[in-house]
Ligand binder design. Structure first.
Ligand SMILES: O=C(O)c1cc(=O)[nH]c(=O)n1[C@@H]1O[C@H](COP(=O)(O)O)[C@@H](O)[C@H]1O
Length: 246
């Protein structure tokens, strides 16, 4: 079975390493049509699309399946961003629903614990699906939690523990905010080729695509900088070019 990591890597060799965060405010109408238009218009510059609660809550299962099928027709991988964090049984039922909706991967929160994470990864990989875990988030206040010093065997910071757990559980990738390039560098060195780094926070949140790519990020997750621009295709194309830097 071809893995999520392989599928994403194959399309990114052709299309670059930009994943569209297809987030819209509640005031926006026709979410399904708009998203399908985005896929049709922007797919040459993307390797994937990430759907957040912005769409997962208001849209029907039928609409989400249609979006995922459309993305697949254009070769894109799809990620459900629900930052999953629960007991094993709930994680299992949740991912079964997501896979039935056509998603290729889920973003999870490792605070659920290493054993739960290992089980989530095992069952997802059995279905050819991927798991991406939070390591260090992009918001400025993420420092307060992810940089927290903890004592787990030895003294370390929470994001270092989450990185170790990500490696131990064999997740497909970790999220490290584009606004923390030094932490991307640290994670990239430590993780080597064993997992991919996904960085949201480019543009609107202040992260710089070139700096992030040269720090070791594998995939840029970008939403408003593309969606709110006057010319989304040209912004996506520019980011695509920058993403080929690595
Ligand atoms: O897991 C995420 O994708 C995520 C983690 C994080 O640390 N920061 C972050 O912004 N995100 C998501 O990445 C996207 C960023 O969107 P823009 O700031 O509009 O580019 C949104 O969907 C966020 O929910």
């Amino acid at each position: 079975m071809v893995t999520f990591q392989t599928r994403l890597s194959q399309i990114s060799k052709i299309n670059g390493k930009v994943i569209l965060a297809n987030d819209y405010d509640r005031s926006v109408k026709n979410l399904e049509t708009k998203t399908i238009q985005n896929i049709k218009q922007l797919h040459p510059f993307l390797c994937g699309i990430k759907l957040n609660f912005h769409l997962l809550l208001p849209l029907s299962a039928k609409a989400i399946l249609k979006i995922n099928n459309t993305a697949h027709r254009y070769g894109l991988q799809t990620i459900a961003d629900i930052k999953l964090n629960d007991i094993g049984n709930t994680n299992r039922v949740t991912t079964e629903h997501l896979w039935n909706l056509g998603f290729d991967a889920v973003i999870a929160n490792p605070i659920m614990g290493l054993d739960s994470l290992k089980n989530l990864v095992k069952s997802s990989h059995k279905s050819g699906k991927g798991v991406i875990t939070l390591c260090h988030m992009s918001a400025p206040e993420a420092r307060l939690s992810y940089d927290m010093e903890i004592k787990m065997g030895r003294k370390q910071q929470l994001y270092q523990l989450f990185l170790n757990w990500a490696l131990a559980a064999k997740v497909d990738g970790i999220v490290v905010g584009a606004t923390f390039p030094k932490i991307i560098q640290y994670c990239s060195k430590k993780a080597g080729k064993n997992l991919k780094i996904f960085s949201p926070g480019v543009g609107t949140q202040g992260g710089n695509a070139n700096e992030v790519i040269s720090s070791g990020t594998d995939y840029l997750i970008v939403g408003r900088t593309i969606l709110n621009s006057k010319n989304p295709s040209s912004v996506a194309k520019e980011l695509q070019l920058q993403s080929f830097g690595k």
